[in-house]
Structures are given as C-alpha cells and as structure tokens.
Write a protein that binds this ligand. Structure first.
Ligand code: DX5
Ligand code: ZN
Length: 229
C-alpha cells in the first residue's frame, strides 16, 4: 500500500526515536510517508541540552534517501556547516536569535548548495523575518521553547504563524512555513489553519505506543482530512 501523501509535509524528529533501533524507526517513518527527517543539534549553550551530531547524519544517510534537515540549536552554526554537509545533510535551519551575521550564515549554506531556513523562538516577533525572507527557502516557527522534546504546544504562537504566512505570501510565496514542538493530531490542524505547511513531530511519531506507522497515519489524516484513509 502506498503511503498517504498531501501538500502538508511531515518531518519526523528523531530526538524522540529509540536510538537502539534508529535505522529501523526511520525506515518505518519513510515507508509511512514521511517527507523528510528532522535532526536536532544542540550544543548546551544555545539551549540547555546536548543532542546529536554529524555522526548521526552520516549513519542516517546510509539508511534513507529522504532529505535530512538539520535544526541547528547551537551558538555558532557556521563552525559546523561543512562537517554536516560532508555527512550528507540536505538543508539547515539556523536561528535568528544570537546570530549577528545571519545573512552571512545563510549565504554560506547556499554556497554549499544546501537548503537554507531561519528559525525563530516563541518570544521572537515575526517582523524580524521581513528583510531575510527573500534569502530563505523555509521559516521555522518554534511552537515550544527549543531544547527539549515532549513539551506542550504554545497556542500563543498561532497568531505569529498567521503573520508569518501573510509575510510569506507577500514577499516569497515559495517559502515553506514549518512548525516545531508539541505537534500532534490535536495541534497540527491549528498550526495548519494558521498557515503552516511543514510539521515537525517527535513524540507524536516515535513516542506513541501504537508504533510509527499508525502514528504517522494518525498525524497525516489529522493534518489533511482529504487524504484517503
Ligand atoms: C525541540 C526540537 C524539536 C523536538 C520536537 O527543541 O527542536 O524538534 O524534537 O519534539 P516534540 O514533537 O516531542 O515536541
Ligand atoms: Zn527541531
């Protein structure tokens, strides 16, 4: 049976995966229609947690042809771009916060021929994206504070998602609008109604007792009720 597909993209976040069988779980997500794989990188400075590195990307590259998007929750992403590219990354999401040379970072990513996206935290207003939008393929609106999986979706971010969608339509309609944090079958429809078209989901895909395939199907149908059951 072919996996369910729609214009809404799903990016399972491996932060919530069982690392003793990471390859198997990513394969299940791929077979269930995942559109890309979301890899969270944390340095213990930008966020109060440590997670993942280029070694994981190198391993993932061997088991899946899906695009690997790297969410850089690190103080200086420029230091690691080449290493992650060599490991097989396809795109990068870098944070607006704390990056005094964001435009330069994005140009570096483009020079490496990779997809470039900007992420903003819950306390960061949409307006900071205005000048940089023409230079990115994707915006990531954090719907939790970055650093940890399994947190509650912040409904206060919905109005910002709507503002970002409006800005994208006006400035760069091809730009994707991704949301990350607390996305499940209940919150996904809210984020989509506000304008998101890419969903990052960790706990609701890999943390569900029902298994990856059933969790993917549940999220896909919640995200787009027009896909056939
Ligand atoms: C949080 C990460 C997320 C995280 C999402 O800082 O950026 O990608 O894995 O996990 P859930 O879906 O469990 O909120
Ligand atoms: Zn993330």
């Amino acid at each position: 049976m072919s996996p369910l597909k729609s214009i809404i993209k799903i990016a399972p976040s491996i932060l919530a995966a069982d690392f003793t069988r990471l390859g198997e779980q990513v394969l299940q997500a791929e077979q269930s229609g995942a559109d890309r794989v979301h890899v969270d990188v944390m340095d213990g400075h930008f966020v109060p947690n440590l997670a993942l590195s280029a070694v994981i990307v190198e391993s993932l590259r061997k088991v899946t042809p899906l695009p690997l998007e790297i969410h850089m929750m690190v103080t200086n992403p420029d230091l690691f771009l080449e290493e992650f590219c060599e490991a097989g990354s396809d795109s990068f999401l870098v944070h607006w916060e704390g990056n005094a040379n964001l435009h330069r970072t994005l140009q570096r990513i483009k020079a490496l021929a990779k997809g470039a996206g900007v992420a903003i935290n819950p306390a960061t207003p949409a307006v900071v994206l205005e000048e940089i939008l023409p230079d990115v393929d994707q915006v990531l609106v954090m719907t939790v504070n970055p650093g940890f999986g399994h947190q509650l979706f912040l409904r206060s971010t919905l109005s910002k998602i709507r503002r970002v969608r409006k800005m994208i339509e006006e400035i760069k309609p091809t730009c994707n609008l991704e949301v990350d944090g607390g996305i499940d079958a209940e919150t996904a429809p809210l984020a989509i109604a506000a304008g998101a078209n890419v969903l990052v989901a960790g706990t609701s895909i890999f943390g569900e007792g029902q298994g990856v395939a059933a969790a993917m199907k549940r999220l896909r149908i919640a995200a787009d009720p027009t896909v056939s059951r």
